[in-house]
Design a protein around this ligand. Structure first.
Ligand code: OSB
Ligand code: MG
Length: 374
């Protein structure tokens, strides 16, 4: 397979309500989309990076630079296998340092292209011989709220829509009290928290105090580059720790499990540098009987559909941050949008790849910049 063109689309979409985490509040989201064209087929990918370096150092613009100047020319200049294009691309760039979200976006587009070329669903392509589910249970991630009643209203609405797991963002000072109030009001719901690296080891007592609330897990409370302090914290906790930011590669996942830094891993393909790396982490955790779940980066429908497909694999044993499109977007760039069924599941599409669901007119409606590399 030769790629005739790579289109970069930077779009800006306004989120329904803001989203506050310990690293900042987001309202408008800059999203980098990639379209790879080969003959009359196309494949789409999304970088997961934001407009500012809060979650990671990457932004939509650093992704643009890396793809435009480095990854793009390399991808356009080679022939890729018709079967296994994604892993071949991951291997070709294995020696490059970082910029996982930029590389991951292009890799996703190649996976989609291959799925369409072979007439396969993305889920079947990702699953290979692992097997996969027909539908996946999903959870919702709720930002920090100054007013508890606003948060309580969001939880109620999420439970009404049958979300299968509620994740609360926490930060020092907005943690134990909030969780206690949620347990009092809502009882034994499937609940977890995410600290987004907002805590130092000195502030760990608040995290240990969360132990009595029977949380599914505490996600990444300590530094983004730490495995050591998380291991010490995990030793003090009954509640499993789950790492997000600190797992930047399959090697990090192995180290974290060997050190005891966590008992669950959040797989975000963008953070790991693509679907190939995500599959590696999935398999490594499966071998060690460590559950994984699929995290989110407030994706548009492009990344969201790739995540739905990936999360259908068997070791995704916990509902992921894969909400309905309407959770974040008044109008998504895909038609039909991602929706929940009556039981809080999303159906895993059987159609080939993203199957023409990405609507270019909608992408252009939110366009900030476009460039076609040929
Ligand atoms: O830490 O999981 C996170 C959103 C942006 C950056 C980091 C995170 C999140 C979320 C929301 O929690 C995930 C989603 O619903 O897409
Ligand atoms: Mg997280």
């Amino acid at each position: 397979m030769r790629i005739d063109a790579l289109d970069l689309f930077c779009i800006r979409m306004r989120m329904v309500g803001g989203f506050k985490t310990s690293f900042g509040t987001q309202q408008d989201r800059d999203i980098l989309l990639v379209r790879a064209r080969a003959g009359d087929l196309e494949g789409w990918g999304e970088s997961g990076a934001n407009g500012f370096p809060g979650y990671s150092y990457e932004t939509a613009r650093t992704g643009w630079h890396i793809i435009e100047d480095f990854v793009g020319p390399e991808v356009l200049g080679r022939t890729w296998p018709d079967e296994g294009a994604g892993p071949a691309m991951a291997a070709a760039f294995a020696d490059w340092r970082w910029h996982p979200m930029a590389r991951g976006a292009v890799e996703e587009a190649l996976w989609d292209l291959e799925a369409r070329h072979r007439g396969m669903s993305l889920a079947d392509l990702y699953a290979g011989d692992r097997g996969r589910a027909e539908r996946i249970p999903v959870g919702i991630s709720l930002g920090i709220q100054d007013d508890f009643e606003v948060l309580a209203g969001q939880i109620e609405a999420a439970l009404d829509r049958r979300y299968r797991r509620i994740k609360l963002k926490i930060e020092p000072g907005a943690d134990v009290g909030v969780v206690e109030a949620v347990r009092e009001r809502f009882g034994d719901i499937p609940l977890m928290v995410d600290g987004n690296c907002g805590y130092t080891p000195d502030q760990a007592d608040a995290l240990v105090a969360l132990d009595r609330f029977d949380l599914m897990m505490i996600e990444q409370p300590l530094a983004h580059d730490d495995l050591h302090d998380h291991a010490e914290l995990q030793a003090r906790l009954e509640t499993p720790l789950c790492l997000d930011e600190a797992i930047k590669s399959p090697a990090d996942a192995r180290r974290a499990l060997e050190l005891g830094s966590c008992r669950i891993i959040n797989i975000k393909p963008s953070r790991l540098g693509g679907r190939t790396a995500a599959l590696e982490v999935h398999d490594l955790c499966a071998e060690r009987d460590v559950p994984v779940w699929c995290g989110g980066m407030l994706e548009s429908g492009v990344g969201r559909l790739h995540n739905v497909a990936l999360a259908s694999l068997p070791n995704f044993r916990i509902p992921g941050d894969i909400s309905a499109s309407s959770r974040y977007w008044a109008e998504d760039v895909i038609v039909p949008e991602v929706e929940l069924d009556e039981e809080g599941h999303v159906a895993v599409p059987d159609a080939p790849g993203l199957d023409g669901r990405v609507v270019e007119e909608l992408v252009r409606k939110y366009l900030v910049r476009h460039r076609a590399l040929t």
